[in-house]
Design a protein around this ligand. Structure first.
Ligand SMILES: Nc1ncnc2c1ncn2[C@@H]1O[C@H](COP(=O)(O)OP(=O)(O)OP(=O)(O)O)[C@@H](O)[C@H]1O
Ligand SMILES: [Mg+2]
Length: 379
């Protein structure tokens, strides 16, 4: 739990909630958004109950065994878990629910299909339950307005990255190493840009879980024991997603174990070598994306859980011709930027301020994001 105990008198307090594509836990952030800033006061990650995580992963990877009743129950269970996470953080911070203007809840993405005849993106975690249990107005469904306007609905982080990592004289990029890796490009002549570069922890976790029973390859130890299989890496990198131009975004429904299996067929590769190759896939897809779409980048700031994967960070540093840092070196906790973003976007929603960046998502224009679920008649 991170903590920044200033007095809250002048603060405008919001909570941000997200369970990311890794489904490792619910991140909850208490954020001061006075005057449009986004200052993390306290954050916590509440591990998802294993049964809940299993259901999320099964639904997200589209294994076909889910029915609509399970889906409805999971929506409610996740809503309850988000509400409990909110109340736990407020209890730990000594802040009463009445002091919170609103909760911004991203929810749990279970499907993201921004392309095709009927594009959609689906996040679970019933926001009415969150509002009812906490007594706090809750903004949710942040991605749909952007998709309705022809956008990808993702990534939504760039607007906050641009606020938090202000280095006007130096073109830089921010890399979020979540289940999927997403890049924000800042400070070059083209304005704010951003896109998902490809898979990150989702595949590393899945392969590690399958072969070792551990949900995370701690520090990248398994990958570090293996040797990169260059043929496999080249085959993986030939997937058309990597060469597609932005705007683009992706998820677990695309980069899952079945995708990896389709490339492993006919190859006999040791478990650790596959893990090493998956780690190299994350690194190389980022390296190629920066070279192709942000060649003037002079520094990379990294956030998200992957920042704790020492081997992954070392490999990134070796593969890029400029400095690579954790956002912690900028004074920003790398584990709570996403949750902070949804607190900030909740404030934007209440004030009618657009939350998308059309140059990132490809939407037809700026849109106010999210729907408000309020338990208070006077709201
Ligand atoms: N010590 C560590 N060593 C290796 N990997 C780690 C470590 N700590 C965290 N991780 C990785 O980070 C992941 C969680 O990161 P994060 O919470 O940013 O991802 P996420 O919830 O999927 O978010 P997003 O919405 O950005 O995809 C874990 O699943 C794990 O793969
Ligand atoms: Mg997470």
């Amino acid at each position: 739990m991170s903590n920044d105990n200033d007095n809250h008198d002048q603060a405008e307090l919001y909570l941000g909630l997200i369970s990311g594509t890794s489904a490792d836990g619910i991140d909850v952030a208490l954020v001061d958004c006075a005057e449009g800033r986004a200052r993390l006061l306290q954050g916590a990650t509440i591990t998802l109950a294993p049964t809940l995580r299993q259901q999320v992963l099964a639904l997200s990877q589209g294994d076909g065994s889910f029915d609509i009743d399970q889906y409805g129950r999971l929506d409610v269970q996740l809503g309850e878990a988000f509400a409990a996470a909110s109340l736990a953080l407020l209890g730990a911070a000594g802040v009463a629910p009445e002091e919170i203007r609103a909760i911004g809840s991203h929810g749990q993405t279970v499907r993201h299909r921004p392309l095709g005849a009927h594009p959609f993106t689906l996040q679970l975690g019933d926001a009415s339950i969150i509002a009812e249990r906490t007594g706090i107005p809750t903004v949710a469904d942040f991605r749909r307005a952007d998709v309705a306007a022809g956008g990808q609905g993702a990534p939504l982080l760039p607007i906050l990255h641009a606020r938090l990592i202000a280095t006007p004289d130096e073109p830089c990029a921010v890399l979020n190493l979540g289940g999927i890796a997403n890049l924000t490009v800042l400070g070059d002549a083209n304005g704010i840009r951003g896109f998902d570069s490809g898979p990150a922890n989702a595949l590393l976790d899945a392969w590690c879980q399958l072969h070792t029973g551990q949900p995370v390859d701690r520090g990248g130890a398994l990958a570090a024991q293996g040797r990169l299989d260059r043929d496999l890496l080249n085959a993986l990198l030939r997937d058309p997603y990597f060469a597609a131009p932005p705007p683009k975004s992706t998820g677990r429904e695309y980069f899952h174990l079945r995708w990896l299996d389709s490339h492993l067929r006919g190859r006999d590769i040791a478990v650790a070598d596959v893990q090493a190759t998956l780690l190299a896939l994350t690194v190389q897809s980022v390296v190629h994306a920066l070279a192709e779409h942000a060649p003037s980048t002079r520094r990379l700031w990294v956030c998200g859980g992957g920042v704790h994967n020492v081997h992954l960070m070392q490999s990134l540093k070796k593969s890029l011709p400029f400095p690579v840092h954790s956002t912690a070196d900028f004074g920003i906790d790398p584990d709570f930027i996403e949750a902070t973003a949804f607190a900030w976007l909740a404030r934007a929603r209440l004030r009618g301020i657009p939350g998308n960046v059309p140059s990132v998502t490809g939407a037809r224009g700026s849109r106010v994001l999210g729907a408000i679920h309020s338990p208070r008649p006077s709201f």
